[in-house]
Design a protein around this ligand. Structure first.
Ligand SMILES: *Cc1c(COP(=O)(O)O)cnc(C)c1O
Length: 415
């Protein structure tokens, strides 16, 4: 067992049952800050979720979908060559890149789709920035035979053309948002407006452990399959638990999925935020590292604010990580001291990306490369031991961007 883990004298055996509270609070964070017209809609979702999460029929249907449609369980893989090269702790990956559609996001989208079906909804509404959430949701909508409206800023539509095509192939309607900066923030507002008009027939689906209650809880629960699978698989492979876990944190859904199954175990846990180009506001998206308490997008958490107290502009080379806040449960686990939040820069993440490509034959998402970059640091500092990394997605979507900016990795020392 690792020496750095201190039991903080908090009872994590019962944590998942007690957190969040009934009104969606994680210590001082969470909650639901909604326009009054939308309160009944979110209450309806909460009530439906509380019913189905205890229903044997729902659980067995979701298990069948995971097995037959998503291709779960995804494997845990021991990176022997990479571990030998780094020289230190052994590195293992939970291969969410092998989940259908190539990332962990489908885990909660299929859950949300099944919930929508249970509620008798005909349409799924969402916003998307880089388009990853939109693609996963369009996939779920096609599977369940539902309509799907994805609101997307006009700027993002141009930038993320392949994902826009994918969504349309899958039958989703991509709704361009043409006001303001024409990016994610405006898309969120427009999606809420759309939902307000149709909430009797539609459900709004959030893409991470963020937003008003019950989404942070629901998305965590749907993602926890990652952690429960990985815990069993790792024990079977090695006879032990890992010494440490590591996952990247944008909103924090892949991280909560992995972490939630290990909270009561003597395992060190690391969440990795994007430090981008540097520490100046606007050059990173390290919300926990530099943020403060605040309310945005309908929930209370730690966030990056500009001088007016509004959500600050953020940057990361990983478009799935550039969010100016973080799920309320991460803010809480940070306060409790149960999870350690670290950060890595663009260059560190891209170097890790190339090392995984060259040594293991796996092209990771740039988001996931952040987790891997921290794991490489950890491995160097821990001669013995093991670290399990959530490889949240595959990197096909990123190869053009990386090639344009980094070629084939000539500036890194990869041998
Ligand atoms: C969207 C995305 C993320 C970030 O989302 P979280 O909610 O923080 O997990 C990470 N990795 C991949 C591959 C993604 O697509």
């Amino acid at each position: 067992m690792n020496a750095n883990y201190e039991n903080p004298n908090k009872n994590y055996e019962t944590y998942l049952k007690n957190v969040p509270t009934k009104d969606g609070r994680y210590g001082e964070y969470g909650g639901a800050y909604l326009p009054p017209e939308l309160i009944p809609a979110f209450e309806e979702i909460t009530e439906a979720y509380n019913t189905i999460c205890n229903s044997a029929q729902f659980i067995s249907e979701l298990r069948r979908i995971r097995r037959e449609f998503q291709g779960r369980p995804t494997p845990v893989y021991h990176c022997e060559r990479l571990s030998r090269k780094i020289g230190g702790a052994q590195i293992y990956l939970k291969r969410e890149d092998l989940n259908h559609t190539g990332a962990h996001k489908l885990n909660h989208c299929m859950g949300e789709g099944l919930l929508a079906k249970f509620m008798g909804k005909k349409k799924i509404i969402a916003e998307t920035g880089a388009g990853q959430h939109g693609v996963a949701l369009a996939t779920a909508a096609a599977y369940f035979g539902m309509e799907c409206d994805v609101y997307m800023g006009e700027v993002d539509i141009k930038k993320q053309a392949p994902n826009v095509t994918r969504m349309r192939m899958l039958g989703a309607r991509v709704v361009p948002v043409t006001h303001g900066l024409k990016t994610l923030k405006e898309a969120v507002d427009a999606a809420f407006e759309g939902y307000l008009k149709e909430y009797k027939d539609a459900i709004y689906c959030i893409g991470s452990v963020v937003g008003p209650h019950p989404f942070p809880m629901m998305v965590r629960d749907f993602q926890s399959v990652v952690g429960y699978e990985a815990r069993d698989q790792f024990k079977e492979m090695t006879g032990n638990l890992p010494d440490a876990l590591c996952a990247c944190v944008g909103g924090g859904s892949n991280a909560m999925g992995l972490f939630s199954a290990f909270l009561a175990d003597p395992v060190e846990i690391y969440g990795v935020e994007p430090m981008g180009r540097g520490e100046a506001l606007g050059d990173h998206a390290a919300s926990i590292t530099f943020g403060e308490k605040g309310i945005m997008h309908g929930f209370e958490s730690i966030m990056l604010k500009d001088e007016k107290g509004e959500p600050a502009p953020v940057y990361s080379c990983a478009s799935g990580l550039d969010y100016p806040s973080v799920g309320p449960e991460h803010a809480y686990l940070h306060d409790l001291g149960r999870v350690n939040y670290k950060s890595v820069t663009d260059d560190e993440a891209i170097e890790a990306y190339f090392l995984l490509c060259r040594n293991e034959g796996i092209i990771p998402a740039i988001e996931s490369s952040h987790a891997l970059a921290y794991a490489l640091k950890y491995a160097k500092e821990h001669k013995d031991g093991t670290i399990l990394v959530n490889l949240s997605g595959r990197g096909d979507k990123d190869i053009d961007y990386i090639y344009e900016r980094y070629g084939y990795g000539e500036k890194f020392n990869l041998d």
